[in-house]
Design a protein around this ligand. Structure first.
Ligand code: DX5
Ligand code: ZN
Length: 218
């Protein structure tokens, strides 16, 4: 079963609550929240205050993607604000295993994201600790970028290890996912598709979500 996670990065922030209710009613499975600090990535977005404010707007899991340096310092705050999944970047933390344990102690599902240039081998030894692996299919920082095709091989390798080691983490893809790129991601082994511009740049979000789902499941 494919899950669609609209990224609110491309939503209208002046009416953010309504934008979230719109995709909730439109059949989304997760709400993807892109947190950027202006250091790990060249953009600044959302903090725990916004996560706390949107939490009552939806019963869907809040899938919080931390594109920040020193994520350990903020895990507690995002957990308290209502995150259901917290994903940190392998490139942003030196002691990744410790960071994962901090997320779990906070009572939240733990994910690790990999930039397009980061080999999947970097997380092989901790796959058993993860609830989610996020393969970035663009360089993080902005919505509306083009899908990087070389990332498909990484999805395939992670999916292969998942089967080989009998693990059950979800594989999520993020960046440039739309009706044209969703299918190859799913064929490679991903089941959670983040889509920002492909959902929020359309007026009919329900149709946008179902179009991606249909393309992915073809
Ligand atoms: C990129 C973010 C993505 C982004 C995706 O840094 O992590 O979640 O919002 O946007 P689209 O789907 O437009 O590429
Ligand atoms: Zn993201």
């Amino acid at each position: 079963m494919i899950k669609i996670a609209p990224s609110i990065l491309s939503a209208d922030f002046s009416i953010l609550g309504a934008e979230i209710e719109d995709v909730d009613k439109g059949g989304a499975d997760y709400i993807h929240v892109d947190v950027m600090d202006g250091k790990f990535v060249p953009n600044i977005t959302i903090g725990p205050l916004i996560v706390e404010a949107i939490k009552p707007k939806t019963s869907l899991p809040l899938d919080v993607h931390l594109m920040i340096e020193n994520p350990d310092n903020y895990i507690q705050a995002f957990a308290k604000a209502g995150a259901s999944i917290i994903t940190v970047h392998q490139e942003a933390t030196v002691h990744l295993h410790r960071t994962i344990q901090l997320i779990k102690v906070a009572g939240v599902k733990a994910g690790v994201a990999l930039n397009p240039a980061t080999p999947v081998e970097m997380i092989r030894d901790i796959l058993g600790d993860l609830d989610l692996v996020l393969i970035m299919t663009v360089n993080p920082g902005f919505g509306g970028q083009s899908f990087i095709p070389q990332t498909i091989e990484k999805i395939k390798q992670v999916a292969k290890w998942r089967e080989q080691y009998n693990l059950s983490f979800e594989i999520e893809v993020d960046g440039g996912v739309n009706g044209s790129t969703a299918k190859e991601c799913v064929e490679a082994g991903a089941e959670v598709l983040v889509a920002g511009s492909a959902v929020y740049n359309q007026t009919d979000r329900k149709k946008a979500i179902s179009d991606i789902r249909t393309a992915a499941e073809q």
